[in-house]
Design a protein around this ligand. Structure first.
Ligand code: NIG
Ligand code: FE
Length: 345
């Protein structure tokens, strides 16, 4: 735990073990608050189909997309979070990870257990079943998931279906997240405000009226620019309008085998700055303390303050703005999770 912060010459206990980060940039570990990190096969085939002109939602409508990952995940006997050590290497100490590639009771549970069993990296589990809730979850007996998420989009679920799921969610004491207005404005952001969601994610097609609704609420607007970048879109979520209206904006990778095969938060910061005109400082806030708010861990994570977990990333750079500036290059040379050195170059 962080005991104290201040200038080196006033360090109270000089005898304690030291990690010298002089001349380097020290940040709180990134809180990547939106991933689908448990899967078993990539979808490089669909990546090529999209380049050749087939839209993402069309691939899903034909039984591919998310459903192709569901097929391979169901067939995989031992599921795990993909590349946990790579997250640490890029300065991420906490991720949120969703189920949703099982869509049956047995596999959804196996995915949530895989999220629970990850070591060193902290992983916050979200249930993304988005079908009728199976009976085992009605009393949330095993408390496997902290959040429930629904993909609200034409071709996936509509707001009425999502409302029914969230009514059950609330009675279980779980937090609510939504994939909202990713490609079309279909009421997802407004529903997030209505149901008191912790976060509304994507928002690539959010309507102006919903920007002010989000801004007046306590819903975190989680933006995922790597998804739109990897889908080859040139239109991004209106980060500036959201920030200027007073919304709390978080940034995350959306790491998944379909739309966003990157787990590099530094790259997400580069996209946030260049494509959504966030300043480097706004992007870092969005990727640390606001990400912590999006997983209800702001009391413990997301900033370097006495009393918080010592989740720290050290960059071999002279200016924090160089983190987004050096696009897609990793300058993270050391990562600590709860004070333990979990990555060192
Ligand atoms: O956030 N849009 C829905 N879910 C994911 C993609 C999942 C997949 O394609 O496997 C997303 O983009
Ligand atoms: Fe997602």
């Amino acid at each position: 735990m962080i005991q104290w912060t201040g200038p080196t010459d006033r360090l109270p206990d000089k005898g304690a073990p030291q990690f010298d980060a002089s001349g380097k940039i020290v940040l709180p570990g990134f809180v990547d608050s939106h991933t689908h990190a448990v899967f078993s096969r990539t979808r490089a085939d669909e990546f090529e189909w999209r380049i050749q002109g087939t839209p993402y939602m069309d691939i899903l409508a034909r039984g591919g997309g998310i459903l192709s990952t569901v097929k391979t995940v169901r067939e995989t006997p031992t599921l795990r979070v993909q590349f946990p050590n790579r997250f640490l290497e890029f300065g991420t100490t906490t991720i949120e990870a969703k189920s949703g590639y099982g869509l049956n009771l047995e596999t959804e549970i196996r995915i949530l257990e895989a999220i629970r069993s990850v070591e060193k990296l902290e992983a916050v589990p979200t249930y993304l079943g988005a079908h009728a809730l199976p009976p085992e979850f009605h009393d949330n007996r095993r408390k496997l998931a902290e959040f429930c998420d629904v993909f609200v989009e034409p071709g996936a679920f509509n707001t009425n279906e999502a409302r029914r799921i969230f009514a059950a969610t609330r009675s279980l004491g779980m937090g609510i997240k939504l994939h909202a207005d990713e490609f079309e404005s279909s009421g997802g952001a407004a529903l997030a405000v209505e149901v008191g969601a912790t976060s509304a994610d994507h928002l690539g097609a959010i309507a102006d009226a919903d920007i002010s609704r989000i801004a007046k609420s306590s819903v975190v607007a989680t933006l995922l620019p790597a998804t739109l970048f990897m889908l080859g879109h040139s239109h991004y979520a209106p980060a500036r309008k959201l920030i200027e209206s007073g919304a709390a904006v978080a940034l995350a990778t959306d790491f998944n085998p379909g739309t966003s095969p990157t787990l590099n938060m530094q790259f997400v910061l580069s996209l946030a700055c260049t494509q959504m005109k966030m300043t480097p400082a706004e992007a870092i806030v969005a990727a640390t303390i606001n990400g912590a708010c999006a997983v209800r861990r702001e009391h413990r994570l997301g900033s370097i303050e006495a009393g918080k977990d010592a989740d720290i990333a050290v960059y071999d750079l002279a200016d924090y703005r160089e983190i987004p500036y050096f696009a897609a290059v990793n300058f993270c040379v050391a990562t600590l999770k709860r004070g333990e050195l979990v990555w060192k170059q």
